[in-house]
Design a protein around this ligand. Structure first.
Ligand code: CP
Length: 308
């Protein structure tokens, strides 16, 4: 089992491995047809215990683009989980059906448990408020393709930095590149967890500031990474309603940004980016979705040890 490569955290890949993956993603983008038979006869299982539009369909598109097939479920209530089957048993069974698994689960650590019980690669497609490493590969691919570098950037994260797993994963990935600095914009109640501040940012000697006002962050940012308030992780509806419209990026705020600043968002958005911003050439959050397909194609090939 130890030989099998999984992706549970962004740190499961070294920066060299990420560089190779981004190069492959770039090659795929240039000539996708060349890769259209690489996974001929292979199957991806998408096991989604939590709602998703982009991640699941992006994985399925990626596998189909590589010439493979897809099985799986998008609602655990229609699987034997509803009868009480454990993750470990489900994964052992799927090992007989598929070559690779992408799994999303509301519990932190669920993908790790899956990997421990699998002879085929397991990809964490999001585990609770913990990690979302393939969103990170999507984000890195977007930043690298649009900016030409992953170093020396000032990255502002705005919104729900407490529960936003995409934020945690992307910060963990970006601290490994030199001279990156971070501006963390959130209401006091939704600041990044202590482990991100202490064990990730401070431990890696990264410059960072924590702010409450988005207007104070925008003029200094090369990248603005907006996030929605994660309704599903709140314990009280009242608290969510109080927080949900704390930040709204609009044309007026975009006027404070440099002409080169890029706006990313893992999506779905709720209210945090006004629709009027979509037409701004600096808004790349829909383009980001396409970069995600190329990144996932490259990841599937990498974990399965496939090349042209
Ligand atoms: N970005 C993202 O994870 O979107 P979905 O929840 O739609 O998969």
């Amino acid at each position: 089992m130890s030989e099998v490569k999984h992706l549970i955290s962004p740190l499961d890949m070294s920066t060299d491995e990420i560089a190779s993956l981004l190069k492959l993603a770039g090659d795929i983008k240039k000539d996708p047809k060349k890769y259209s038979k690489v996974c001929d006869g292979m199957k991806l299982a998408t096991l989604f215990y939590e709602p998703s539009t982009r991640t699941r369909l992006s994985f399925e598109t990626a596998m189909i683009n590589l010439g493979g097939n897809v099985i799986g479920f998008s609602d655990a209530a229609n699987s034997s989980v509803a009868k009480g089957e454990t993750i470990a048993d489900t994964i052992r069974v799927i090992n007989y059906f598929a070559d690779i698994i992408a799994m999303r689960h509301p519990k932190e650590g669920a993908a790790y448990v899956a990997a421990q019980n699998s002879n085929i690669p397991v990809i964490n497609a999001g585990d609770g408020g913990h990690q979302h490493p393939t969103q990170t590969l999507t984000d890195l691919n977007t930043i690298f393709s649009e900016k030409g570098t992953l170093s020396g950037l000032r990255i502002a994260f705005c919104g729900d930095l407490k529960f936003g797993r995409t934020v945690h994963s992307l910060i963990e990935a970006l601290v490994r590149y030199p001279r990156n600095s971070f501006i963390l914009v959130s209401p006091p109640e939704l600041r990044v967890p202590d482990y991100i501040r202490e064990d990730v940012l401070k431990a890696n000697g990264c410059k960072f500031t924590e702010l409450t006002k988005l207007e104070d962050a925008i003029p200094d940012a090369d990248i603005l990474y907006m996030t929605r308030v994660q309704k599903e992780r709140f314990f009280s509806e009242e608290e969510y309603i109080r927080m949900k419209d704390f930040y709204i990026l609009n044309k007026e705020k975009m006027a404070l940004a440099s002409p080169e600043m890029l706006v990313l968002h893992p999506l779905p958005r709720v209210n945090e980016i006004a629709v009027e911003v979509d037409e701004d050439p600096r808004a790349v959050y829909f383009k980001q979705v396409q970069y995600g397909v190329y990144a996932r194609m490259a990841l599937i090939m990498t974990l399965l040890g496939l090349s042209l």
